[in-house]
Design a protein around this ligand. Structure first.
Ligand code: 3PG
Length: 209
């Protein structure tokens, strides 16, 4: 998947569930519930021992577009490709990481939270960026301020995004989509309440309309 295909996919759903999961047996039913609910672009964070196996399982779910999150090095990138991921997300944008990603076949969304970081990423050819941690770094006010100096950049704010503030982000001209963990609350995942998660996904699809 190239960056433009990814942009089209996220522009359709407007919300990317960000998952922290370690129980492999939950991977497929959880991804299936999210896809049924209308959210088919999923970010699986590399924060648990089984994250790569979970990505592989989720990548087998029909219609799911699986990406790796919390990517911090070249090993993570290669492992993400091997696990069947179609994109990668990083919390930051160190120059070495951005350079490494250019040797990988799937696109990377680098994380930025300041004008200098945005300019560094843009200079290296990245124009679709994660704004992280969105709420803590100033939220919609910052993204509005980015629009004029950086008309060529679009963002996926993540970190502290909720159903209450998502519409404000999604209403901005430089926001394609938001990411967040609220669609898959730990208690519902642990209870295997996939019907409730499907319902949260369905509600999330309405936030950008
Ligand atoms: C993260 O990287 O943890 C994501 O940004 C999710 O943040 P959230 O839990 O605040 O939605």
């Amino acid at each position: 998947m190239d960056i433009n295909t990814l942009k089209d996919a996220v522009a359709r759903v407007r919300v990317i569930p960000v998952l922290v999961l370690d129980d492999i047996s939950l991977a497929r039913p959880l991804a299936e519930a999210l896809v049924r609910g209308g959210l088919n672009v999923l970010e699986i964070t590399l924060r648990t021992p089984n994250a790569l196996r979970i990505m592989s399982e989720m990548a087998k779910v029909e219609g799911a577009i699986v990406g790796s999150g919390t990517v911090r090095g070249f090993d993570h990138m290669q492992q993400s490709v091997d696990a069947g991921c179609q994109f990668m997300v990083s919390p930051g944008a160190p120059r070495e990481l951005l350079a490494s990603a250019q040797n990988i076949d799937i696109p990377l969304l680098p994380g930025v939270s300041s004008p200098t970081e945005a300019m560094g990423a843009a200079e290296m050819g990245y124009s679709f960026l994660k704004f992280f941690p969105a709420q803590a770094m100033g939220g919609t006010a910052v993204l509005k301020s980015f629009a004029s100096p950086f008309p060529d950049l679009v963002f996926c704010p993540t970190g502290g995004v909720s159903p209450a503030n998502a519409p404000n982000y999604l209403g901005l001209c430089n926001v394609i989509c938001v990411g967040g963990s609220w669609v898959t609350p730990t208690e519902l995942v642990e209870k295997k309440d996939f019907a409730a998660i499907e319902g949260l996904a369905r509600q999330a699809t309405l936030l950008g309309r």
